[in-house]
Design a protein around this ligand. Structure first.
Ligand code: GAR
Length: 209
């Protein structure tokens, strides 16, 4: 059996997507092992779950650094210390330095709660409601230096209802986020194994099936 890919997860808060990745990685045939959880916030709720699962955690605050570059260098040192081969951003709300993003191209995934390229950035669900779209969803994508812009690995769509608020839409999308992130990570690793260019083939899911 081939070795599992060493994955570090970066969070800033609740960590519900992190949980689904940790749970998935417990399966013996899952191709990733979660070797560390990093947060830029000491109060990120997800850290407690990771610790309780026996996973290494680290907290480094950007407030202790005078530049984005120096903060990202410290983050990078921690990731290298863990032997990280692939990064999963899971509600990690910091923009990377260009050097960090360039270094990890092809080795870093993110989940975003819209059908990118629609609605990047913040206040994503309100953006969708304001635009009047009838379908929204979630995207797992490769991370490139430009924000929320890398090639999609996997997307899932959900309906937007006339009665939706940003909160109800967020809750519907979060459910599919939890479905697609473990699947996307698995597919991404398996494709990388067969194809050194790490180019993700497009895949899509419509929920509910
Ligand atoms: C998720 O909805 C994720 O898609 C979003 O933050 C939430 C984190 O929830 N990420 C972004 O908006 C990144 N641009 P979680 O901490 O419970 O996984």
């Amino acid at each position: 059996m081939s070795a599992k890919t060493k994955v570090a997860i970066l969070i800033s808060g609740r960590g519900s997507n992190m949980r689904t990745l940790i749970q998935a990685a417990k399966q013996t045939d899952y191709p990733a092992e979660i070797i560390g959880v990093f947060s830029n916030r000491a109060d990120a709720a997800g850290l407690e779950f990771a610790k309780a699962e026996g996973i290494a955690t680290a907290v480094i605050s950007q407030k202790d650094f005078d530049s984005r570059e120096s903060f990202c260098e410290a983050l990078d040192a921690q990731l290298e210390d863990w032997g990280t081969e692939l990064i999963c951003l899971a509600g990690y709300m910091r923009i990377h330095s260009d050097a960090f993003a360039q270094k990890w191209i092809g080795k870093m995934l993110n989940i975003h709660p819209s059908l990118l390229p629609s609605f990047p950035g913040l206040h994503v669900h309100q953006q969708a409601l304001d635009a009047g779209v009838k379908i929204s969803g979630a995207t797992v994508h490769e991370v490139i230096p430009e924000l929320d812009a890398g090639p999609p690995v996997l997307q899932a769509a959900v309906p937007v209802l006339d009665s939706d608020t940003a909160e109800t839409l967020a809750a519907r999308i979060l459910k599919v986020e939890h479905q697609i992130y473990p699947l996307a990570l698995k597919q991404y690793i398996e494709k990388r194994g067969n194809n050194d260019t790490a180019a993700a083939e497009q895949a899509s899911l419509i929920w509910p099936q």
